[in-house]
Design a protein around this ligand. Structure first.
Ligand code: PLP
Length: 394
């Protein structure tokens, strides 16, 4: 017998997963445009308008390659453009996304060397330095780190990783996944001498999913000329060659790029510094709520608390699937699931992108109501604690 549909939930549903994030109406309207000739002069103008702003967001004066794709495509592009079969890469497994990137590297036959973590703490730069110092033959060609591990709510210090590589005197390239940090957490591609920064459209950039990015250093470009992993669609060179006159070698995602111009304009209007402090402030309020509920944060290192996502351990005997179903079915609230080895054990609150105090409080109220409705042991007062934190830092 067919199941009867769930009764309609009135009101606006909240999607507070840590990406895709909410797309502002201005961006939606900018994308609702008639077909644009991607080989015509209007397109070249569009490209010339958004590219300098995009570079500002990455904090780079170098090229940013845009692909129709996602963060996963960006991971692959970083690897295939710079490396050759059998090359070694050093990864720090800070969580699910770091482990998925390592898996892509392994699928290309790269020799993946891993520094393990407990999935509750950031990259330890001292261990990176130790591993690189031991690699006297310089077999390791790239170090892969995730700036903000979306699966755990842990942020790593990329400047410190850069220093560790320098201190070891090692020539490895530095690749950083900034998928859930770009345009939300302070990020400096040039200053930290990152060789490839990987990002996607659907988080801090406030766009729908559909674009993958690689910001590329001169050193990475030089490596690409000698790299021999197979590549076609993800090859940087034809994109950069055509970008020089404002075009792409294939049909780009024109309407997403119209949205990108609008979203970048909005980021500039607010100001990147202001955006970074807004995310920090909201994350402090979210943690105040978790503490008041008497629940445990997954991240155990205070200095590494993520400004964009808070991962919370579920009380014994409860799973994220059951808790997220209560939030979804009763309150129209989508929360992030536990991923990989954390499946069943944590839920995640996303607080990034186009986000304000009221959105945060609504999401936290949804969590508090769901804790009660689901019968999970907790104390009341999380929302009140978050409000106090917001008031204190208004
Ligand atoms: N890296 C991080 C840190 C992510 O959070 C995600 C997705 O959430 C990815 C990579 C994968 O990106 P995508 O899902 O856009 O392929």
């Amino acid at each position: 017998m067919a199941q009867s549909p769930a009764p309609r939930l009135p009101g606006r549903h909240l999607v507070q997963v840590p990406g895709p994030t909410n797309v502002p109406e201005r961006v939606l309207r900018a994308m609702a445009a008639p077909t644009l000739d991607h080989r015509g002069p209007e397109f070249a103008t569009l490209f010339q308008e958004f590219m300098p702003l995009l570079q500002r967001v990455f904090s780079t004066s170098g090229p940013v390659v845009i692909f129709p794709g996602s963060g996963t495509g960006g991971w692959e592009a970083a690897l295939v453009n710079t490396l050759s079969p059998g090359d070694a890469v050093l990864t720090v497994e800070t969580g699910h996304f770091a482990s998925l990137w390592a898996k892509v590297a392994a699928q290309f036959g790269l020799d993946v060397q891993t520094i393990a973590t407990d999935w509750r703490s950031p990259v330890n730069p001292a261990l990176v330095r130790e591993r690189l110092s031991a690699d006297a033959a310089h077999a390791i060609k790239a170090v892969l780190v995730t700036h903000n591990e979306t699966s755990t709510g842990v942020t790593s210090d990329i400047a410190a990783v850069r220093e560790a590589i320098d201190a070891a005197g090692h020539p490895a390239l530095l690749f950083v996944d900034a998928v859930s940090s770009l345009a939300s957490i302070d990020y400096r591609h040039d200053e930290w001498r990152v060789d490839v920064t990987v990002a996607g459209s659907q988080k801090g950039l406030m766009l729908p999913p559909g674009l993958g990015f690689n910001a590329v250093s001169e050193k990475a470009l030089a490596a690409s000329t000698g790299a021999s992993l197979p590549r076609a669609f993800w090859e940087w060179k034809p994109v950069l060659d055509q970008n020089a006159s404002g075009f792409f070698p294939y049909t780009p995602a024109t309407n997403l790029l119209l949205g990108l111009r609008e979203a970048l304009g909005m980021l500039m209007e607010e100001g990147l510094e202001q955006i970074f402090s807004r995310h920090l402030r909201h994350s402090r309020a979210a943690r105040a709520a978790v503490e008041a509920w008497g629940l445990e944060l997954l991240c155990t290192a205070k200095e590494a608390y993520s400004p964009t996502v808070t991962a919370v351990l579920l009380p014994e005997g409860h799973t994220d699937a059951e808790f997220r179903k209560v939030a979804h079915d009763h309150f129209g609230l989508a929360l992030g699931a536990g991923m990989g080895q954390l499946a069943g054990k944590v839920f995640r609150i996303g607080h990034l992108g186009d986000f304000d105090d009221l959105s945060l409080i609504a999401a936290l109220a949804g969590v508090e109501l769901s804790l009660e409705r689901g019968g999970l042991p907790h104390h009341h007062g999380g929302v009140a604690a978050a409000l106090d934190e917001l008031r204190a830092s208004a």
